[in-house]
Structure formats: structure tokens, C-alpha cells
Design a protein around this ligand. Structure first.
Ligand SMILES: Nc1nc2c(c(=O)[nH]1)N[C@H]1C(S)=C(S)[C@@H](COP(=O)(O)O)O[C@H]1N2
Ligand SMILES: [Mo]
Length: 251
């Protein structure tokens, strides 16, 4: 077994898990009293409770990021397992999905990236492509198996000279949606800039011309219709993340 040295293994973390305070936290059974001790918040008013829960969720992000392993792969499936039709989901109805002109589309880059030259769809298609049949899991209580193909995101980030020691990669989408991921997830071998669904260019409903397919994360962390990508050390949040959904949301 090959071992990555930059991240602690479960064995390395076990002493930490033995700490009763941490164990309680991980089991989600921390009392409000203990929570107020940890966060220093007065839990009598709703805002403070919200802030405390947000602080807990951000702490949870750090634990999850710590446990995340680049070597752990999401399960893959045979073509016969593909869900037909694959569901559509967004914060609006399918008829309102943005229709983007592939000929004039330019993917914008900003932040800690050496070469910020915008990318055309053709340019992205000229990069090495990979295909995957994986399960998409939505927090709303459904999951479905689909086939996506496109450019491994690690290949792209290296190609444009992204600072891969930065903490976050953020995304702005053509429909006003936005999200962000941790760098280890961005560099995970199954994280791809998907251009195709089921062997054909993504239709508008699935995120034309490009979406991030991240099988190690919940559906809402898979931004469609990506218009801009940025690399940063400042926490960028996200559309659902800013409404209280856990930011890491790994599966
Ligand atoms: N741009 C954009 N991306 C998005 C969303 C959205 O509303 N806008 N919804 C997210 C959610 S909650 C889900 S479950 C998936 C749905 O992707 P699908 O339509 O390919 O099934 O897209 C995610 N990415
Ligand atoms: Mo979702």
C-alpha cells in the first residue's frame, strides 16, 4: 500500500479520537453548555445559536478535510447501472436552466493562478479526457448513477500554474450559483471538469458547457455552468453553504 505523507492516516489520528471531548463532538452529542464553553457564545438568543452551530460546522469541515484521503476512490459502476433518465436539480425549474453559447463561452481564471488566460470549450476539449460512471448523491434524499467525461481537474490546475498549496478553489456559475472546495478534493483523481454526459456534450440541464464532477462530494458541491474559477486562501463559501449546509459535505 502506498502512503501519502502530507495527510495523517487514521492510525495517526486515533490518539486524537481517544480524547473524550473530541469523541463527543464527532458523535454530535455535545451539550449546549459544552458548546457555549467551546465557542464562548451566549446561547440564549437565536443568532448566537446559529453562529455557534456554524462554528461547529466549520470545525467539522476541518476534521473532515483532515480525514479525507486522495487515495480513497468513490465506487464506480458498470454502464448497465446508469440511472435513466438522470434527474435534473437546481434552485430553479429545468426550463429556466441557462442556455450558454459554446462559441463565445470563455472560462475565466483568477486568484492564485500563474496563467489566467481564459479558456474556450475547444481548448478544454484539447486537454486529456477521462470518463467515470459514479453515483451522485443529493442532500434532498435522492441519488443516481451517471457517466461524465472531461478533464481531470488536477491536470488543468497544474497546466494553468495554480498554487496547489492554497486552501480553496472557488467557482462562479452562469446561473448565479457559486461554490468552493478544499484543495485536496480539487486534486483528487476523480474530480473532473466534465464536458460530456453519457458520451455527448452536457445538455443545458446538466451544466453546459462545463461542470465539476466530484464523486467524493454531495451533489450541491458539483457546480454546473462554471463561468469562472479562482484559487484563494480566503474562505469563499457557496450558495447552499452560506445558507447553513455543511461546507465540506464529503460522502
Ligand atoms: N450552477 C448550478 N450548479 C448546481 C446547482 C444549481 O442550482 N446551479 N444545483 C446543485 C445540486 S443541489 C445538485 S443535486 C446538482 C444536480 O445536478 P444534475 O442536474 O446534473 O442532476 O447540481 C448542483 N450544482
Ligand atoms: Mo442537490
Amino acid at each position: 500500500m502506498t502512503r501519502r505523507t502530507e495527510r495523517p492516516s487514521l492510525e495517526d489520528i486515533r490518539p486524537e479520537l481517544a480524547d473524550p471531548q473530541r469523541r463527543l463532538f464527532l458523535r454530535g452529542t455535545l451539550s449546549l453548555g459544552a458548546l457555549s464553553l467551546l465557542t464562548g457564545c451566549d446561547l440564549m438568543d437565536g443568532d448566537s445559536v446559529d453562529n455557534a452551530l456554524m462554528a461547529m460546522s466549520r470545525w467539522n469541515d476541518r476534521v473532515q478535510a483532515w480525514l479525507f484521503s486522495r487515495a480513497r476512490l468513490a465506487p464506480t459502476y458498470p454502464a448497465s447501472a446508469i440511472t435513466k433518465p438522470f434527474p435534473f436539480n437546481a434552485f430553479y425549474r429545468q426550463s429556466q436552466a441557462p442556455v450558454i453559447d459554446g462559441a463565445t463561452y470563455r472560462l475565466e481564471l483568477s486568484g492564485r493562478i500563474a496563467d489566467k488566460t481564459p479558456w474556450t470549450v475547444e481548448g478544454l476539449r484539447g486537454l486529456p479526457q477521462e470518463s467515470q460512471i459514479t453515483r451522485h448523491v443529493c442532500v434532498e434524499g435522492w441519488s443516481a448513477i451517471g457517466q461524465w467525461s472531461g478533464v481531470p481537474f488536477a491536470t488543468f490546475l497544474k497546466r494553468v500554474g495554480a498554487d496547489t498549496r492554497a486552501r480553496y478553489v472557488g467557482f462562479r456559475c452562469a446561473d448565479g450559483y457559486y461554490s468552493s472546495i478544499d484543495m485536496p478534493t480539487a486534486l483528487h483523481p476523480q474530480t473532473i471538469m466534465a464536458l460530456d454526459y453519457g458520451g455527448s456534450p452536457l445538455p443545458p440541464k446538466y451544466g453546459y458547457p462545463m461542470k465539476l464532477r466530484i464523486p467524493t462530494k454531495l451533489g450541491f458541491k458539483n457546480p454546473k455552468h462554471i463561468a469562472a474559477i479562482f484559487v484563494t486562501n480566503d474562505y469563499p463559501g457557496g450558495y447552499w453553504e452560506d445558507k447553513g449546509y455543511n461546507w465540506f459535505s464529503g460522502i
